[in-house]
Design a protein around this ligand. Structure first.
Ligand code: DAH
Length: 357
């Protein structure tokens, strides 16, 4: 065996033994690198006679090509093995069920609002809207709140800065201004509800600075409180999904209605939680009354010809009652656990045909 065949056998054995790409590269450097064994042999050629160099040079080149080929083959084999191992470890079983992901849900307030709209729509009410930023006329004056009347302060109003013309805009404290906007722009008969956001400077377990109301307004000839009572009772029976709802009118005062009343529902509070349709307690749930003649006049409607009733109820509060949520502030906490517990599917939009909740 010549020294070249010994070296070749040695390097090829090292190539065969390399277990990964790093080890293989170390073999390449030790043989073909600048100071490698085969490179070292090439450097000895200079000291030889031309004939010797020709023969020896050709032999060393053959050796170098064989080693290079062996290195290339081994490198390709190692890369294929690495890819195979990676593919084997990263396989995805498409027959497995998809991993659980939390999905968005419809907020209970919006669900409650949609239920209320669906019930009133079935009774022939149209939906009316107005701006959240109101002026004094629509929020107070046209609703028969006299200027400087303390009731304006009672509403804990969020006011904007006074404008140059002396007017002070405000965040509407109730949805009643939509009554005014509707009566000013439409001729009777009118039958609308106005769902929307309302704002007051108030924050505790049963009050939040932003809340939601649904306002109702009916204007026609010969309207009386019996129509109001039937409308509200029919609504509540549908909303709470029980005919056992018992209600009472309690005399009250609102500037925009005369007479005015609050409506209570009979309930049971004995178990620490409020149950509708049973028990001996009463719970106030809405305000209502016959539209005051001054309000009709302010909106250009003759009170001798037309009468009407109006009501306003808190959406968040009715939702809490129906779905058993204890603290109003949770509604605004954006806690995804609370939302996934109390939230509703977007595909379960309430309507009279498929059920309400
Ligand atoms: N606007 C009243 C409030 O926010 C609620 C209300 C009471 C509305 C009686 C009405 C009504 O339309 O007739 O406190």
């Amino acid at each position: 065996m010549t020294d070249l065949t010994t070296l070749e056998a040695d390097v090829l054995a090292q190539v065969a033994a390399a277990g990964d790409l790093a080890a293989l590269d170390a073999v390449r450097v030790s043989a073909l690198g600048k100071t490698g064994s085969i490179s070292g042999l090439l450097k000895t050629l200079g000291a030889m006679s031309p004939d010797e160099r020709k023969e020896r040079g050709a032999a060393i080149n053959v050796l170098r090509d064989r080693v290079q080929t062996a290195l290339n083959d081994k490198k390709a084999a190692l890369e294929t093995a690495a890819l195979d191992a990676r593919l084997a470890s990263e396989t995805l079983d498409l027959t497995l069920p998809a991993p659980h992901r939390r999905r968005g849900s419809v907020h209970p307030t919006m669900q409650t609002m949609d239920e209320m709209i669906a019930i009133f729509a079935e009774m022939g009410f149209a939906v009316a809207e107005g701006p959240d930023i109101e002026d004094d006329f629509h929020n107070f004056t046209a609703l028969n709140f006299p200027p400087k009347h303390p009731a304006r302060e009672m509403h804990d109003t969020f006011f904007f800065n006074t404008k140059e013309d002396g007017e002070r805009m405000l965040l509407r404290t109730h949805t009643s201004p939509v009554q005014v906007r509707t009566m000013v722009s439409q001729k009777p008969p009118i039958r609308i509800i106005a769902p929307g956001r309302t704002y007051r400077v108030d924050n505790d377990a049963t009050h939040t600075p932003v809340f939601h109301q649904v306002e109702g307004l009916v204007i026609d000839k010969g309207i009386h409180m019996g129509h109001l009572k039937w409308t509200l009772e029919t609504f509540l029976a549908r909303f709470f999904e029980t005919d056992a709802v018992t209600t009472q009118f309690r005399p009250h005062h609102f500037p925009f209605t005369e007479p005015s009343a609050e409506m209570d529902v009979q309930c049971d509070r004995s178990g620490g939680e409020i149950k509708i349709g049973q028990g001996t307690s009463w719970l106030e749930i809405l305000g209502c009354g016959m539209v005051h003649p001054n309000v009709l006049r302010a909106c250009g409607i003759d009170p001798d010809e037309y009468q009407g009733f109006a009501f306003g109820m808190g959406v968040d509060r009715l939702g809490m009652l129906k779905y058993g949520m204890p603290d109003l502030r949770d509604m605004w906490a954006s806690d995804s656990r609370w939302l996934s517990h109390y939230g509703f599917s977007a595909f379960a939009a309430p309507n009279a045909a498929s059920g309400l909740s």
